[in-house]
Write a protein that binds this ligand. Sequence first.
Ligand SMILES: Cc1ncc(COP(=O)(O)O)c(C=O)c1O
Length: 394
Amino acid sequence: MTDTYLMDTYARMPVAFERGEGAWLFDEQGKRYLDAVAGIAVCSLGHADPVLAEAICDQAHTLIHTANLGHIRLQEKLARALVELAGMERAFITNTGAEAIECAFKIARKYGHGRGIATPKIIVAEGAFHGRTLAAISASAPGKLQAGFTPLVEGFIRVPFNDADAVSAALDAHPDAVAVLLEPIQGEGGVKLAAEGYLTALRAACDRHDALLMLDEIQTGMARTGRWFCHQHEPASKPDVMTVAKALGNGIPVAACLARGAAATVLVPGSHGTTFGGSPFACRVALTVIERMRGLDLPAHAERQGNRLRERLQMRLEGCSRVLAIRGCGLMVGVELVDSAMDVRAFAIDQGVLINVTHDNVIRLVPPLIIDDEQTDRIADVVADGILAGAAHE
Ligand SMILES: Cc1ncc(COP(=O)(O)O)c(C=O)c1O
């Protein structure tokens, strides 16, 4: 199934999907798969949502793109909706996660320059993943992401994840550190959750140093963890800057960098922009996604189904020596194995359940948030069967 006209950038699974319906995907041969990947935490409303499809058609017949030369009322409406959901003040609407992160970097640097700091630095976490642009890989975990791409972008200080004292020490040691950036749950890094109190401690440390707390909610946002945004599990951890993407468009590229306080006003005409970002089309999609998620009460549903998924996995895998940990929050669930999970992925695909593996040994389950009880149980059962089958062969 190799297409030699494509650059060889992905290690693809041997499958090609043709259509989807709710939490189901159908391949070229018509085989049905229960989707526990959702385009990597993107299609939270599932596939071919009829309300979204209707809005897409209507907007395509009305207006797709104008560029940010005049006012875009749907962009203003989306900014307001996001700001209200997140308790922030202003939004920059863009296209992809990496672009939202780039906007956050630029806000942090300009905020630093405004404070008279010539070489502003951003504190980032070990194991982080923030995207694939040069700046984003420079902020992400060293290793294969960065290999071959030096010189990297300067100005990042790396500290261990889940160690608030390390962040405080870095802020003390580097008076030019102007921001702290991290994911509330490291997704690509292996579904690693911020420990209770960690984000709140970082908020306090940033306040003590006039540094910006910047949270990357690209994967954890938009109801996935049982709240609109993951940090809302810990109310005293509200960030100054926050990035959103992935599920915001349910598959149509749309992203946002939200800010409040001093961070909300550092960008001015000429300091940042995008051709495609915030088009009437993308904003209509995102507004429809938010409305639909609200109507379906997806934050509460994700919390319920996530608990169900984890409890069933725990029950089925109790005592299995192949399992190091089952963890997660809402419908962002990781099962860490002692060995490679690639056999489990192959087993699941064979059984008609699509799962994702990160770090080779962590099964990452990020299904559409609309999944029902039966689908949740099927995902847990097939994953457990796959793990147990592999364990039996050892
Ligand atoms: C936490 C996080 N940040 C940033 C990104 C980059 O987003 P995109 O692929 O839309 O550029 C991702 C993508 O997986 C992500 O998970």
